[in-house]
Design a protein around this ligand. Structure first.
Ligand code: NDP
Length: 285
């Protein structure tokens, strides 16, 4: 193996430690901790685990966290009312609605209803617009975590060819904007891209966010490239990323494992976003 393995668990622990220090300072200055509220509609078991993890990690950082679980048949109007109350609540700095939501609810309406300053997932039109415009805002947590991993590893970004495979709203698109902001030359690939292996071979930085186990093979990789694997795929052999780790790690310069790469950074950056949102609300940034 030639690649340096980027340890996302260790990096996330550092971010959480930084957040905990910031929370303590915020509490001392303002007499209350930053507050994060997670809303879940229905009882999807995976959502339940995500929500519990977010709340536990927020508590461990000293934040005030609250979980709201609404019945699976909650209407859009009922959910809007809950969001409006949280938009107005003084002690709530960040909120999120756990996705996916039941069919009677509209994700775009939810994203637009949450006040942009409290939208700590960064999925709403306000924060997406800010990201596009290069203005301060809440940046989606997974792509923000990827940028921190690249920076901590010392991967050169200025002028690098970056290929992002996947164009989702929560990963691929914001990831591409963040890499562009750092002066990479960015290509976004997707299911209709022609000659994906050939395109990947041009990448100095390759971010895979597809959801297909081990799709990206070793002979798709430019020697020395930085490989960031966002994919989380449950297979009979356990969790796998979108990149074939065994093959790619022989060719790459850096690689994130799955599990233990990007995954832990996502919640860590949710907490970092909540702290930042709290500071902005009190004009303390
Ligand atoms: P989506 O399903 O929303 O998007 C997948 C993207 O991959 C789409 O743009 C799709 O293209 C593209 N794609 C699908 N098949 C191919 C193919 N054969 N060749 C090229 N592109 C293809 O997924 P998400 O972005 O939400 O998630 C991607 C992966 O990342 C999943 O495994 C998910 O579990 C994981 N994830 C991990 C997180 C973490 O914290 N580590 C957070 C979020 C997601 P098209 O648009 O043309 O359909």
């Amino acid at each position: 193996m030639s690649a340096t393995i980027i340890d996302g668990r260790a990096a996330a622990a550092v971010v959480r430690h930084e957040v905990a220090e910031g929370v303590a300072r915020f509490l001392a200055a303002h007499g209350r901790p930053p507050g994060l509220v997670g809303i879940q509609v229905g009882d999807d078991p995976a959502s339940e685990i995500y929500q519990a993890n977010k709340a536990r990690q927020a508590d461990e950082c000293g934040m005030f966290s609250r979980r709201i679980t609404l019945p699976g048949d909650t209407s859009q109007a009922e959910l809007d009312q809950v969001i409006d109350e949280l938009n107005d609540a003084r002690d709530v700095d960040g909120m999120l609605v756990q996705l996916p939501v039941p069919d009677q609810l509209s994700e775009p309406l939810i994203a637009a209803r949450i006040h942009p300053d409290k939208d700590v997932d960064g999925f709403g039109p306000g924060n997406m617009g800010r990201l596009m415009r290069g203005e301060p805002g809440n940046v989606p947590c997974t792509p923000a975590g990827v940028m921190r991993l690249l920076d901590d590893a010392g991967v050169p970004l200025e002028g690098a060819n970056a290929v992002v495979v996947g164009r989702s709203l929560i990963v691929g698109k914001p990831q591409a904007m963040l890499l562009l902001e750092r002066n990479c030359t960015v290509t976004i690939a997707h299911s209709r891209t022609r000659d994906l292996p050939g395109l990947c071979r041009t990448a100095d930085v390759l971010v895979a966010a597809v959801g297909r186990p081990e799709m990206i093979r070793g002979d798709w990789i430019k020697p020395g490239a930085a490989l960031i694997d966002v994919g989380i795929n449950r297979t009979d052999d356990g969790l796998r990323g979108d990149i074939h780790f065994g093959e790619a790690s022989n060719v790459a310069g850096w690689i994130t494992p799955v599990p233990g790469g990007v995954g832990p950074m996502t919640i860590a950056f949710l907490l970092a976003n909540t702290l930042l949102a709290a500071r902005r609300r009190v004009g303390d940034e």
